[in-house]
Design a protein around this ligand. Sequence first.
Ligand code: AHN
Ligand code: ZN
Length: 332
Amino acid sequence: MKKTIWLLSLLALLSSCSSCGDGGNGNQGNTITVVESVAPAFDADSAYTYVARQCSFGPRTMNSAAHDSCGNYIANELARHGAAVYNQYANLQLYDGTPIRARNIIASFDTANACRILVCAHWDSRPWADHDADKNKHKSPIDGANDGASGVGIIMEIARQLQQTPPPVGVDLVCFDAEDCGVPDWAEYDGDTGDTWCLGSQYWSMRVSANGYSARFGILLDMVGGKNTVFCKEQLSMHFAPSIVDKVWAAGQRIGYAKYFNNSVGGGVTDDHVPVNRQAGIPCIDIIGTNADKMEGFPATWHTVNDNIQHIDRPTLKAVGQTVLEVIYSEK
Ligand code: AHN
Ligand code: ZN
């Protein structure tokens, strides 16, 4: 009996301590926070399956059969979820002049709606594991489970939700090609100004406004499914679209993912959101994974052969996918 009372008072003490930092509103004791979420539930198992399926084709490197087959799979799956799908094909060139056949896959919901939100990710995978610890693997292609497939997996699950529960705004899901064939570390090549990356998004962004398209804002997803990942506020996103960063981070924190959506500002990244901001004129942010151990840099599997399905984490997919859904369904 005595032991129980002692335990109870210890618990009371602990809970009153944890409420000391409640902002000084005098609200002592246990505060139950009711999370008001307006979006349908994002299914992380479903997103995980979409990531695994993309990886099952093999590395989605430019000009490969796996790339072609996976492109068909993504386009068919998005159409099956009720999107109007447009394939934008482009003949482009790698940094060394190699011709590549690129394909941006654009899936639109509620096309009559003038208010539109863009969600994008790249679907190609890097042809070279140039950051692998093993030098012998620097020319091996990667699965890109996190770097590529995770963002597209979330996009496919979002498509499934959009069909089941139409939101108040129109949504365009864009899977960019040829993001990850920028100059490899081992290449003897001077003059990488960053434009050897993000070839598909550059192509799309240079043409989209002439085609009469715009969006209220965009959200790019990159490396959004790794273990041991947090999301810092990416510097170029803060430059181009600080209010969108704040909106997305606030939504994530509001619905319970403060552990993932960290308020610190990370470094700037050359990524698909740059041409979307600069050429397309659409304010677009990048939700991009940071290594949680170091609180800086990319996840440990980045551009290594370990970027495979074994290192994909459902809770990370859930945090990002649910947050993006929350932003979409909160928009008026
Ligand atoms: C550079 O390393 C220049 N950009 C990183 C963009 C990226 C590559 N995201 C995923 N893979
Ligand atoms: Zn990459």
